[in-house]
Design a protein around this ligand. Structure first.
Ligand SMILES: Nc1ncnc2c1ncn2[C@@H]1O[C@H](COP(=O)(O)OP(=O)(O)OP(=O)(O)O)[C@@H](O)[C@H]1O
Ligand SMILES: [Mg+2]
Length: 517
């Protein structure tokens, strides 16, 4: 605190002699002195010169010293005012002290008394000034601390509010003191309805609050007075149940229970997803069982016919053998039956091997396959059938052959199946286009087999890859071709898609990953 070096004193007295003598005395004592002859001009000077100490006569014409004191103290309570008075005016002097004058001196003025009065005024002034400076400092500090506190409080408030989890806290009596936005969304109560009015246990579904507090008190789920990832059921304002995961902690200070802070995570959507997943899995399983049943029924049906045929031939042959040694006619019959039996057996064998390919149980031999070569070989093998049915073939192969990693024979079986299907779809005549293209960016090679045949109706498109789905007459098709193709391509990490316009033809596209080598 910097003390003013020069003390300025304002002297108000209507007696010019007293003014002069006192001014000289005070200036000699080192004070700066300004003087006024009456109360009015004294007050103006006081404002302009800002002295720390004012010495005023009490009895003056016009405004008296008491009024001067009163006005100075009203506008500037820190200024020290000494009143000068005659002995007979002691009562006025007392009034002056009641109005916070720092002292009074009696006339005629004694220099020592004046000095003592001024010293006291100086001390009062300094103490008062120090006190006020100190108060200002404290006030400033308090303001900045309060500002900091407000900022921290606001930040913490925002943290709590912006949490994706519900946060709530209750005091030692269980009354809610914190309740964030997420809690309001979960439970439907507004903050005003809850804060200070509701208790934590009212948020729980019947029976759950006791369990919650008991588990809190036990060592389970994270230790005593703590809960970690405990699951419970809350109840909202409208009675809706809200499954929630809870973490909580009891707030204690010197063994005094200050309350509990609880974090709730709404499990509704997670539960819904889990339920959906379980439903889907169940449905998939049901679908699988239905397909399996259908497949088993088809296999039985398909294999039963040739087996019945075989049984007939075996019985016939046994009957013939029972009649005695074979003559030439019987031998010929035997040969005929054996030929028919071979046909039925190979039909059974075809069904079994196709099913093996579909069920992924057959072994694949992976090698680098040149797709141009593969297509050319398939075209060659189908050539005879194509010519017989008047089908034009257009093969479009890239100059630079693409390579895939695969089982040549199985891939050949796929393409042949697709070509034979196309041929079957064009009984009169038609055109077959086989095109191979490479998408280096996606690392894929695409083989498209397009015909101008009968096409596939929309409702059948969904089923053509199902085992035993066929629209062909008995003995012409087993309905295993496309399911076999699907199984093989899938095992090559490829895809097969179909596009068809009934009456105009169909196009099957196989996409396989290019061989990295
Ligand atoms: N190119 C095509 N044009 C029209 N329909 C087709 C074509 N390819 C397949 N289909 C339809 O899909 C069905 C199933 O074909 P898939 O090859 O699986 O069996 P399939 O040819 O009937 O008998 P399989 O191939 O076992 O001898 C066919 O019966 C036919 O209705
Ligand atoms: Mg087929």
């Amino acid at each position: 605190m910097t003390e003013r070096k020069v003390w300025k004193i304002l002297l108000i007295d209507d007696d010019p002699g007293i003014r002069k003598v006192m001014a000289i005395t005070l200036e000699d004592a080192g004070y700066e002195v300004v003087t006024a002859a009456d109360g009015e001009s004294g007050l103006q000077l006081c404002k302009r010169e800002a002295p720390q100490i004012v010495i005023t006569d009490i009895r003056m014409p016009g405004m008296d010293g008491i009024e001067v004191l009163r006005r100075i103290k009203r506008t500037d309570p820190d200024k020290e005012v000494i009143v000068a008075t005659a002995f007979s005016d002691l009562e006025l002097a007392i009034t002056a002290l009641q109005l916070d004058a720092s002292d009074f001196i009696t006339k005629p003025i004694n220099d020592n008394a004046l000095e003592v009065a001024i010293k006291r005024a100086q001390e009062r002034y300094t103490t008062r000034k120090e006190l006020s400076d100190y108060t200002t400092l404290i006030e400033e500090r308090w303001m900045s601390t309060a500002e900091e506190l407000a900022k921290t409080f606001h930040f913490q408030q925002m943290l709590i509010e912006s949490s994706m989890d519900g946060i709530t806290a209750c005091d030692g009596e269980g009354k809610i003191v914190i309740y964030n936005r997420r809690m309001a969304e979960m439970l439907g109560y507004a903050r005003e309805e809850v804060a200070g009015k509701m208790a934590l246990n009212q948020f729980f579904a019947p029976g759950e609050a006791e369990k919650f507090f008991n588990t809190m008190a036990s060592e389970e789920f994270g230790g005593k007075d703590q809960l970690f990832l405990y699951e419970t059921m809350l109840i909202g304002k409208t009675g809706d149940k809200v499954p929630a995961q809870v973490s909580a902690v009891t707030l204690c200070e010197e063994s005094e229970n200050l309350g509990v802070v609880v974090f709730f995570r709404d499990l509704t959507s997670i539960r819904q997803l889990t339920q959906q997943y379980a439903d889907q899995t169940r449905m998939l399983h049901q679908d699988k069982m239905v397909s399996l049943g259908r497949l088993a029924a088809s296999v039985v049906h398909e294999i039963n016919n040739p087996l019945a045929g075989l049984l007939n031939y075996v019985r016939l042959m046994l009957k013939i053998l029972g009649r005695g040694p074979l003559n030439e006619e019987s031998t010929q019959k035997f040969q005929g039956y054996l030929g028919l039996m071979e046909g039925e057996l190979s039909r059974c064998s075809k069904i079994v091997s196709n099913l093996l390919a579909f069920s992924r149980k057959s072994k694949l031999e992976f090698n680098e396959v040149n797709v141009n070569e593969l297509i050319s070989k398939c075209v060659m093998l189908s050539d005879h059938k194509l010519t017989l049915q008047n089908i034009r073939i257009d093969t479009r192969l890239p100059a630079q052959p693409s390579k895939v990693l695969g089982d040549f024979n199985q891939l050949q079986q796929c393409l042949i199946n697709l070509i034979f299907n196309a041929i079957d779809a064009m009984p009169e005549e038609g055109a077959l286009t086989i095109e191979c293209s490479t998408d280096h960016q996606r690392g894929l090679v695409a083989v498209q087999i397009q015909d101008t045949g009968c096409g596939i109706p929309k409702d059948e498109l969904l089923h053509i890859f199902d085992p035993f789905f066929t629209t062909k007459i008995e003995g012409k098709g087993l309905g295993l071709g496309l399911s076999t193709v699907y199984g093989i391509i899938d095992r090559h990490k490829g895809t097969i898609t179909v596009a068809s316009q009934p009456g105009k033809g169909a196009a099957f596209t196989i996409k396989l990953p290019l061989s990295s080598g």
